[in-house]
Design a binder for this molecule. Structure first.
Ligand code: PLA
Length: 455
């Protein structure tokens, strides 16, 4: 297995968390450690003249969100932010969906609404409808009452609650994450005390899936290990398994009793269709086995800042699901007590009302289609310029991102010379592009690949 490490058996829970983090940090130089690990803490003087925080080191910016920080500082009028995966219109503006505006208006007009605390698990309607959205209206697991869903702080919060729950209540403290994956995955799990290893996923040579490598690595994973799967629109590669490949992955994982943990941050953004994009999750639920699913409404409803998402745990029986939920409450209560009400109320309104739901699917499809059209435009622009290389992966990849294959130097060059901002791994957010900015990006890519080595 790639990056596999033997598991330790330290004494206390904080020791275990630190060991997991150390194991993770050993394989990564880009992560600056948090304060609790700083070895100079003991030397901190506590007097009136010196700060007790004197020893604290300046941390580097987040590899994704830090791109926006750098972008905001750039005064250039032609600057372009293709870093964070946030949808922009053809005019380059953030978008609030009409259906979201309408739902919000309804909420504001409803004077019976109050600002009381939600239950620890969140808004009941929201939870029920979220499970239905990802698992399907006719899901036997829902009908049999063996799914527990808790409202969480968007996708990240859902993953974190799942990680903390697994650390406390699951016997196998190893997770395999794809290589590469969203930059936050490793830290979320490592800081919850779970040993993070990776499985091969992307093949830079073909710019496609390394399916053999994936099967080999999952095949040699310890029995019962947790496996993180991107439900669709893999971030950062834009490469998803085919339905046939998913079926093979499912069979292998079930035969080895590996526990699937789906991250569904882009439902509807891959194909434009909510059901098609839930296919991978649904085949794992259809076989009667267990799994976890983290959902985010940041992208598909454009509710980034509302921090609204859900964690569902599909269990074997209703009885187990009930007990799991009782323990999820014990994870959530000391962390943030209970989740915020506004975003979840918007989502529940839209999912509950068939007209609004319909309206949402149309707006969602329009976003997905605009992203797909940007792929074609960028591909055509590079081809017309005769930019060296095969750029067909731009139109083959799926979802919000293109994993361009540009290297770190080429990325810095494009930022310095063209004021184009993207993550250093060469990922660009296609949702941040517009017809007007495609030529500028094509010029930058052309210059980068013709002037700088591609290795
Ligand atoms: N999972 C994956 C695979 C993601 O790409 C993201 C967001 C999340 C979970 C979490 O999203 P949420 O907490 O906002 O719901 N990834 C973004 C933003 C869009 C980020 O890094 O936070 C990205 O640019 O990769």
């Amino acid at each position: 297995m790639h990056g596999g490490k033997a598991s330790l058996s330290p004494s206390s829970s904080s020791d275990r968390r630190l060991s997991a983090l150390v194991r993770h940090l050993e394989g990564s130089s880009s992560i600056v450690m948090g304060g609790s690990k700083d070895p100079s803490i003991a030397a901190s003087p506590t007097s009136a003249r010196n700060s007790v925080f004197e020893h604290i080191l300046q941390a580097s910016e987040d590899p994704i969100l830090g791109v926006t920080v750098a972008y905001n500082k750039d005064p250039s009028p032609v600057k372009l932010n293709l870093g964070v995966g946030a949808y922009r219109t053809e005019e380059g503006k953030p978008l609030v969906l009409n259906v979201v505006r309408r739902a919000e208006q309804m909420l504001v007009n409803d004077k019976s609404r109050v600002k009381e605390y939600l239950p620890i698990v969140g808004l009941a309607d929201f939870n029920k409808l979220s499970a239905k959205l990802i698992l399907g209206a006719d899901s036997p697991a829902i009908q049999e009452n063996r799914v527990t869903t808790v409202q969480c702080l968007s996708g990240t919060g859902s993953l974190k609650i799942g990680a903390e729950f697994l650390y406390r209540h699951y016997n196998q403290h190893t997770i395999l994450i794809p290589k590469p994956t969203w930059g936050n995955h490793a830290r979320i799990f490592a800081l919850s005390g779970i040993a993070v290893t990776s499985y091969r996923y992307y093949d830079p040579a073909t710019r496609g899936l390394n399916f053999e490598g994936l099967l080999e690595d999952l095949g040699s994973a310890p029995s019962g290990a947790i496996v993180l799967l991107h439900a669709c629109a893999h971030n950062p590669t834009g490469v998803d398994p085919t339905p046939q490949q998913w079926e093979k992955i499912r069979q292998l994982m079930r035969s080895k009793a590996l526990l699937p943990f789906f991250d569904s941050a882009y439902q509807g953004f891959a194909s434009g269709n909510l059901d098609t994009d839930a296919h991978s999750v649904r085949i794992f639920v259809a076989d009667g086995g267990e799994c976890l699913v983290a959902q985010s409404y940041a992208k598909n409803m454009g509710l980034y800042g509302e921090r609204v998402g859900a964690l569902s745990i599909v269990c074997r029986t209703p009885d187990v699901a009930g007990r799991v939920e009782s323990q999820l409450k014990l994870v959530i209560r000391p962390m943030y007590s209970n989740p915020p009400i506004h975003g979840a109320s918007i989502v529940a309104r839209i999912l509950k009302d068939s007209t609004m739901y319909q309206e949402w699917t149309v707006e969602l499809k329009a976003m997905a289609d605009r992203i797909i059209s940007m792929r074609q435009k960028l591909f055509d622009a590079l081809r017309n310029k005769g930019t060296p290389g095969d750029w067909s992966h731009i139109i083959k990849q799926i979802g919000m991102f293109t994993f361009t294959g540009l290297n770190r130097n080429q990325v810095s060059f494009m930022t310095e010379e063209y004021h184009i901002y993207m993550t250093s791994d060469g990922r660009i957010s296609m949702a941040g592009l517009s017809s007007k900015t495609v030529p500028h990006l094509a010029d930058a890519i052309h210059a980068a690949v013709t002037r700088l080595d591609d290795d």
